[in-house]
Ligand binder design. Structure first.
Ligand code: DX5
Ligand code: ZN
Length: 225
């Protein structure tokens, strides 16, 4: 199944609660929450207080993307403030395996993100522990960037790796996704779509619905599985 996870990094923060409600009404599946620490990526976004405040505003699941160095230091806090899925960057974890175990121990879904230049081989041994892999389709740190075309091949290769291992792991794509290129990444094998500017610029409800319509069939349906 395909899922839409709009990134609130591009939302209007003066009325964040309402914006998230719009996402929910229009049928989005997750709220994608980008946490940046000014170290792993140059910018600083927001953290636990914002997530905690948003939690009672919606029933949508929280897809928390940690762009922070050594996220193991904060996993308990992110779980406590309402994360349903936590994505850590392979490049930011000294002990990735242990970090993933810790996320699972907290009862939260575990996911690993790879920057565009990071090899898929990083995932070889931990893939069975993952609910999802996030393939960055831009370099992390900023909304509104341009999709990097070679990442499509990476998505394809990851989908093959997952199938070869007989797993059902979700593949999320994040960065520069638009109504124009979303079909391409789905066809390559992604099934969780993050979109920031393409959802929050203009009418949020309309944009969500347009994405959902375009996302229609999943790769499984297409492959007749
Ligand atoms: C980039 C973030 C993304 C970003 C997506 O570092 O992880 O989630 O907000 O924004 P758009 O869709 O505008 O590229
Ligand atoms: Zn993100």
């Amino acid at each position: 199944m395909n899922y839409l996870a709009p990134s609130i990094l591009a939302a209007d923060f003066t009325c964040l609660g309402e914006q998230v409600k719009r996402l929910e009404e229009a049928g989005a599946h997750y709220v994608h929450i980008d946490v940046m620490d000014g170290m792993f990526v140059p910018s600083i976004s927001f953290g636990m207080p914002v997530i905690r405040t948003l939690r009672p505003c919606t029933e949508l699941k929280f897809d928390v993307h940690l762009m922070i160095e050594e996220p193991s230091r904060y996993l308990e806090e992110f779980a406590a403030c309402g994360a349903d899925r936590i994505t850590v960057h392979a490049e930011a974890c000294r002990h990735l395996d242990r970090t993933l175990d810790e996320i699972r121990r907290l009862g939260v879904r575990a996911s690993v993100a790879l920057n565009p230049a990071t090899d898929l081989g990083m995932l070889e041994y931990v893939l069975p522990k993952l609910d999802m892999v996030l393939i960055m389709t831009v370099n992390p740190g900023l909304g509104g960037q341009k999709f990097i075309p070679y990442t499509k091949d990476k998505i394809r290769r990851l989908r093959c790796m997952i199938e070869e291992k007989g797993l059902q792991t979700d593949i999320e794509v994040d960065g520069g996704i638009t109504l124009e290129n979303v079909r391409g990444v789905l066809e390559a094998g992604a099934n969780v779509i993050v979109a920031g500017s393409a959802v929050f610029q203009g009418d949020v409800g309309k944009n969500v619905k347009a994405f959902l319509e375009r996302m229609g069939k999943s790769y499984e349906e297409k492959a007749g599985k």
